[in-house]
Design a protein around this ligand. Sequence first.
Ligand code: F6R
Length: 608
Amino acid sequence: MCGIVGYVGFRPAADLIIRGLRRLEYRGYDSAGLAVLNGDGLVVTKASGKLSSLEKKLGPTLPQGTVGLGHTRWATHGAPTTTNAHPHTDQTGRIAVIHNGIIENAGALRTALEQRNHTFESETDTEVLAHLIGELYQGDLELAVAAALREVDGAYGIAVISADEPDCLVAARKGSPLIVGVGDGEWFVASDASALLEHTRSVVYLDDGEMVVLSRDGYRVRSLDVMEISKKIDRIEWDLATIERGGFEHFMLKEIFDQPTSLSNTLSGHLLEDEGTARLEGLNLTNDELKQIDRIIITACGTSWHAALIGEYMIEELARVPVEVEYASEFRYRNPVVDQRTLVIGISQSGETADTLAALVEAKNRGARTIGVVNVVGSTIAREVDGGTYLHAGPEVGVASTKAFTSQLGALALFALRLARLKNLSILQGRQFVEALKALPGQIEEILGRVDEIESLAERFLDTSNALYLGRGVNFPVALEGALKLKEISYIHAEGYPAAEMKHGPIALIDENMPVVFIAPRDAVHSKIVSNIEEVKARGGKVVAFVNDGDHEIERLADATFTIPETLDLLTPILTTIPLQLVAYYVAVRRGCDVDQPRNLAKSVTVE
Ligand code: F6R
């Protein structure tokens, strides 16, 4: 989704900003732009398409100046054209604004400004904001920004510069992340820490309703009422090497191969082998409080929602506490029934997904305890919830979520174990679960060692336009996730279904051209899924099955199989997911798709 980078310091701003924007490319965007204060005024350059188009337009000599801002835009209001790209300027052309988020009352503000003789070039809400700031400007940019934002409804992360204040940059946030980078004699602002890491690890996370003013003397944080706010400086622990491709052709492939390590990191320090349980101090819930929980709601979007569905199986099976899983976008508007005994868990890799954040805020306002299962340290969701656990999976750059998913499952398994041991799970069963969890990273390694087999399985999907993914029990959500991975990066239409549901409709699609993927480890519903495979074969479907070693029954029926190491039934999704990620990856690569930045998609969805 949109990216913001701003700079005030002593080095050439344009180069630093473009480098920062490059680090944000993974978030997905469709146009880019840059504004630099060069002493005489503002130099604004914009281009539709990728950053390379902007660089081409800028030519070999970048605009001079040590204060500037840049943006990558993911279109919401208006097509991804050069005119609609940010920065946008005010009526005088002396103030430039970049903006992430959506100004909800932009239509009304635009009409009012037009009545006061403002004319607009673009269709964007951001240009409206720029004009509003310009109209309110009376020689103090900070005051003008604060006054304009007090008139605005909606979500924003913005950065603003003015040709009349050549040493200053003002930024503000409400519902869209912004981080200040504190360097030595230079200051940055960005929507994502990866844009700053090359220069500093000292950061200040802005909260909603806060504004920062960067100048050559330092930075100060204020409220929109221009009251001073004191903020602590945090330190980012991960480094640039972690977000680089490390010899892999794509981030997605690197992140799939990261999984033995990322899952180990998620589990590390939490497993108590002798006691057969997990330690999760970050939950901020005492044993008594945990025991009193009589209902759990898990809310999330996309892949994280699939993890939630698997979490439902884990928690209900182990801890016998009822769990409901809700799409965050639905939960937030459905007048949900929650109270003090309801625990609401929000799952989010980025920690910035607008719907998940809003769902958690809604739950909190209604008295529920909230916890977050989040990857990005210091993200908005992580700071909003009452407690939680970090995944420590490392930065996930590929737009398609892979390692965050398996780490989410690892974290949910820890939570289910912890709760179950407080309720009724025996120490022996607890120890067995801990043992199985510990074995998973090595088992993932074993699957990754047979990547060639998976690459050749992918051949079976190259010429198809549809695919069906079927699973049962805890592997039904894996079917959903496998289908999502395939469709989002290879643009092949794929559907996930509970295998038995197939005969209630989707069976009509099956013919000799339709690959049907079965996720069929030897678990409690194995015999049932064998019958479902028979039903597909009887109609000429092409079956690709993911099974345990020695499953001759399915090997005999299926057109192709891939074997997965054995683990406890509830943990099979962590293993069955890996080859499905790889199938999607190889199909997309062979079809020439942009694997890391699939069309229309954004990494972190900060608009609803
Ligand atoms: C799919 C994918 C998305 C995200 C979803 C939620 O591969 O990455 O479906 O899972 O946008 O994002 P987070 O987990 O950041 O809240």
